[in-house]
Design a protein around this ligand. Structure first.
Ligand SMILES: [Zn+2]
Length: 338
């Protein structure tokens, strides 16, 4: 059974003889929001009394290693919950990775330990993002007897990788094979997205005044013409030319799109709105450089002016897990340059 890293667990207190029924709580790691009545993990209260969010497997809290700003410390993944030794998730557990895995095993006889080393990775994004409608065919559904079936025959034999924050993605990238990464699919909330569509990077060395230089931004904007919101990992460049961060928003350098028939210049302007706990984000921004990686759903908004048109790419940040300050050019691997 697959081992997954989880960002939330269930606190199941000891039964007491008293009259009050034990109160279950959802417990989250510290970089998440507390929507739905969740509380942050507290060792004194919760240690030893945690189960999987969706089944009765006993789990425990694992403290991660912080990323040192500017110098990505590749040693550790971020803080998460993990099953106790010998504990397995139930056959109906609700984590997406397990659902996909169960369907693949039944339909294709696939085992996650026997993947094809020539295929890309199946990167499970175990992150709680705002659940936008995303108009693509869902990856899996239910058959006539309510069993989960997978509609995507690219997935069997792909090596699974689980990540639960942007820091995790950065950490894992260093160990992945560049050729396989290019063929990878990112799985989140019922959808599978090619890695190259998911990772919207700011092209280094590309002249800012060259139209079309930042191809992945333009492709993302193109996709937003038919989708209300598109999930992505976006690189923000806040070097000179970008606006200073406002308390509630960071803005990347604009990307030139071209001119229209009215001689107006069109730009893409990536913006991340800090809608969650601002202190956690500002702590990351304070210690980071001028490059950031932002994970979320991009949506467009337009501002038409006399001589120029701004196409905003807006991303809402609810969890500190959705952002890290990191210059990917500093990662000691070649795959990101491709
Ligand atoms: Zn479970």
């Amino acid at each position: 059974m697959a081992d997954i890293t989880m960002y939330e667990a269930r606190f199941v207190p000891q039964e007491t003889d008293g009259d009050a029924a034990p109160q279950e709580r959802i417990v989250r790691v510290a970089d998440r929001d507390l929507s739905g009545g969740a509380v942050y993990y507290d060792e004194g209260t919760h240690k030893g009394w945690l189960k999987c969010r969706f089944c009765d497997a006993a789990v425990h809290h694992v403290k991660g290693h912080d990323m040192v700003a500017g110098h990505t410390d590749m040693k550790g993944a971020s803080t998460h919950f993990r099953t106790n030794p010998g504990q397995e998730h139930s056959t109906s557990c609700g984590w997406e990775r397990l659902k996909v895995e169960r369907a693949l095993r039944r339909q294709y006889g696939y085992e996650s330990s026997s993947y094809d080393p020539d295929k890309g990775y199946r990167i499970h994004l175990n992150v709680n993002l705002a659940d936008y409608f995303y108009n693509k065919r869902r990856l899996y559904g239910r058959d006539a007897v309510r069993r989960i079936v997978c509609h995507d025959d690219r997935l069997p034999d792909m090596e699974p990788v689980s990540v639960r924050s942007v820091d995790d993605i950065v950490t894992r990238l260093a160990g992945l094979n560049p050729d396989r990464l290019k063929k990878s699919l990112v799985v989140h909330n019922g959808f599978a997205l090619p890695w190259q569509d998911f990772f919207v990077r700011y092209m280094r060395g590309a002249p800012d005044n060259a139209a079309g230089a930042h191809g992945r931004f333009l492709k993302l904007h193109e996709r937003l013409k038919t989708s209300r919101a598109v999930p992505c990992l976006m690189e923000f460049n806040m070097a000179s030319g970008a606006k200073k961060p406002a308390p509630a928003m960071i803005e990347s350098k604009p990307v030139l799109m071209g001119r229209d028939d009215y001689n107006r210049t069109h730009y893409l302007v990536p913006r991340a709105y800090i809608d969650g706990d601002r202190a956690a984000f500002h702590e990351k921004l304070k210690h980071g450089g001028d490059r950031h990686l932002v994970l979320g759903f991009a949506r467009t908004a337009i501002s038409e002016q006399k001589d120029r048109v701004l196409h905003y790419l807006n991303i809402s940040l609810q969890n500190a897990a959705q952002m890290t300050s990191c210059d990917i050019a500093q990662i000691p691997v070649k795959q990101l340059k491709k």
